[in-house]
Design a protein around this ligand. Structure first.
Ligand code: HEC
Length: 107
């Protein structure tokens, strides 16, 4: 339901109380809780890449391809199918922001 999603986004926004970042970043952070169960927060030598490392365009394109079934991975296909375009954009905003923070931190 749209109303509930908006409420959740508003709650996430209020909780974040950080300056600057756009509304989408809080919403993206909220959505990203699901992703970080598998995608590690930092660079490892595993097969699953940290999402903030990916260029924004690549990230968006990959999710669209999983969703449409032109890119193969059973897990990611089912994850991507639950995402709408708006959610993909919010996630992209969040991981782009996170990437900037990580790079600033010099790691
Ligand atoms: C259950 C585990 C799991 C979850 C949850 C998950 N992923 Fe993934 N993801 C994977 C695996 C495994 C791969 C690597 C697939 C491959 O190499 O073909 C992957 C690959 C990707 C890629 C492509 C990476 C690349 O280098 O090409 C993107 C983008 C991605 N995931 C985004 C997400 C997002 C966004 C979420 C949350 C909405 C998410 N994933 C949640 C397991 C997961």
């Amino acid at each position: 339901m749209t109303g509930r999603v908006l409420l959740a986004a508003a709650a996430a926004l209020a909780a974040a109380a950080r300056p600057a970042p756009a509304a989408d970043i809080s919403y993206g952070e909220y959505l990203a809780n699901e992703c970080v169960a598998c995608h590690p927060p930092d660079v490892t030598d595993g097969v699953i890449p940290p999402l903030w490392l990916l260029p924004r365009d690549y990230f968006v394109q990959a999710l669209r391809e999983y969703r449409e079934g032109t890119r193969d991975n059973p897990v990611m296909r089912s994850v991507a199918r639950s995402l709408g375009e708006e959610e993909i954009q919010a996630l992209a905003d969040y991981f782009e922001y996170l990437g900037e923070q990580k790079r600033k931190g010099g790691s």
